[in-house]
Design a binder for this molecule. Structure first.
Ligand SMILES: Nc1ncnc2c1ncn2[C@@H]1O[C@H](COP(=O)(O)OP(=O)(O)O)[C@@H](O)[C@H]1O
Ligand SMILES: [Mg+2]
Length: 232
């Protein structure tokens, strides 16, 4: 079987949350491809389902309808342990809330995904190089609790890159940063993803950040639309 150019193929994907107030249909009949090496920006107003879609594409949650294939594997059919393996070996994440381990140093947090793959707290040189890339060398031995919001975000980005993932999913990764640091962080993400043939799927409200994507997809009423940029 020849691998398709698309790394991620979503077909007819729906997501309904069953809440105490009744069913909430957040995504309906979403079909979307992400190519290898592509930088895709996901946009839309707050509550439009961007984080939900990111979670489905990254195998962190399951669709209630439809199919999601990532690197030839049907995520919607995998068991939880199989999904965990895919996430560990193929994916990197930068969450809105960072998810740094408070009892580990910044350096150890960056090394943690390697430890999860059974490599121990190995490859300190690579972890330090990534920390250097996000301007955090001087914070390597700090605990996350001592970092500013922007520094935590940059540590989370270094951690997402340590295992050379096929795709990095980032939920508003520049949200807490001023525009200079936001650009720096984006450049670092691009350098380690799209510049080396990996994919980057990024949720952002920032039009300048989104303008650097290969493609922008807007979520509205549970469905993706390709935005026609207004004339400048
Ligand atoms: N686990 C959940 N249970 C119930 N409703 C949820 C859940 N997660 C998200 N939602 C709802 O789904 C909608 C989309 O949320 P989200 O994907 O976080 O939007 P966005 O990231 O675009 O702001 C919102 O109305 C939100 O309240
Ligand atoms: Mg969100």
């Amino acid at each position: 079987m020849t691998p398709s150019a698309a790394l991620i193929v979503a077909r007819g994907v729906g997501k309904t949350f069953y809440t105490a107030q009744g069913p909430l249909e957040v995504l309906k009949n979403v079909s979307l491809d992400v190519d290898r090496g592509e930088f895709l920006a996901l946009q839309g107003v707050s509550g439009s389902g961007k984080s939900t879609l990111l979670s489905l594409l990254a195998g962190l949650d399951r669709p209630t309808e439809g199919e999601i294939t990532l690197d030839g594997e049907r995520l919607d059919r995998l068991t939880q342990p199989q999904l965990a393996r895919v996430r560990r070996n193929k994916l990197g994440f930068v969450f809105q809330s960072f998810h740094l381990v408070p009892s580990l140093s910044v350096l150890e947090n960056v090394q943690l995904p390697m430890a999860f793959r059974g490599h121990g707290f190995a490859d300190k040189t690579k972890a330090l190089a990534l920390l250097d890339g996000v301007g955090l060398t001087h914070r390597a031995d700090f605990l996350p609790g001592k970092l500013s919001g922007g520094e935590k975000q940059r540590a989370a980005i270094a951690r997402a890159l340590i295992n050379d993932p096929l795709v990095v999913f980032a939920d508003e990764p520049t949200g807490n940063l001023d525009s200079l640091n936001g650009q720096r962080v984006l450049e670092m993400l691009e350098k380690h993803t799209v510049h080396v043939g990996r994919s980057l799927v990024l949720v952002t409200h920032d039009a300048d950040i989104a303008s650097r994507a290969h493609r922008r997809v807007y979520l509205k009423d549970g469905q993706p639309t390709v935005k026609i940029d207004p004339p400048t």
